[in-house]
Design a protein around this ligand. Structure first.
Ligand SMILES: NC(=O)c1ccc[n+]([C@@H]2O[C@H](COP(=O)([O-])OP(=O)(O)OC[C@H]3O[C@@H](n4cnc5c(N)ncnc54)[C@H](OP(=O)(O)O)[C@@H]3O)[C@@H](O)[C@H]2O)c1
Length: 174
């Protein structure tokens, strides 16, 4: 199973504008690309905080289309939201979680943030690719792409413009 981290960030590396939750800062072109690209994945994986911030959007997706999986230390808190096979909550570590998805036959997992989940999967060596939209904004502060220090060198596969001013960069993690 391939795991692709998909995120949008400011030119200076932040996935949120200051303390504002969500991704209102991204361009219409990125929003359209993001919606379209997700259709190519059979799992979307989120952190608990991203779920709390975007709960309505994440829940709005029609069941059966894709498994949405939320990493939380307290899955029992979300029992009322859970829909087996469509919206699940787990406290499994990344390696066990990925093994379980593989065993269930899933093939393409989109790792959809936020920074803590990004770090957990990089630390477990489980990220195969990074598809990063770089928006032409500078925030000077916010949630960084990674929650914790890392020292990784990726390989650029493709780069393209998204609209007039954003860039879509696709990297392979060797
Ligand atoms: N620009 C973008 O592309 C983009 C993408 C995604 C998100 N975002 C933004 O990023 C922000 C959220 O990022 P974040 O880094 O604060 O949070 P996050 O990574 O979305 O979620 C953190 C949560 O993950 C759970 N978690 C952490 N470690 C865990 C572990 N070992 N096992 C199980 N669960 C674990 C915990 O949930 P519990 O507290 O439930 O235990 C923790 O509070 C939001 O504002 C969101 O809108 C931006």
């Amino acid at each position: 199973m391939r795991i692709v981290l998909i995120a949008a960030q400011s030119l200076d590396g932040f996935i949120t504008k200051h303390a504002e939750p969500g991704t209102a800062f991204t361009s219409p072109e990125d929003k359209a690309y993001f919606r379209a690209v997700l259709a190519g994945f059979d799992v979307g994986l989120f952190g608990g905080e991203t779920y709390r911030v975007s709960r309505d959007v994440i829940r709005a997706q029609p069941p059966g289309h894709q498994l949405r999986l939320v990493m939380t230390r307290s899955p029992e808190r979300y029992a009322a939201d859970a829909i087996p096979g469509a919206l699940e909550f787990t406290d499994a570590a990344p390696a066990a979680l990925a093994a379980d998805l593989r065993a269930r036959g899933f093939q393409r997992c989109a790792l959809l943030g936020g920074s803590h989940v990004h770090s957990l999967f990089f630390e477990a060596g489980l990220v195969d690719e990074v598809w990063l939209t770089v928006e032409p904004v500078l925030f000077g502060g916010g949630t960084p792409l990674l929650a914790r220090r890392a020292d990784l060198r990726l390989e650029l596969q493709t780069s393209e413009k998204l609209g007039a001013h954003a860039l879509l960069l696709k990297y392979r993690v060797p």
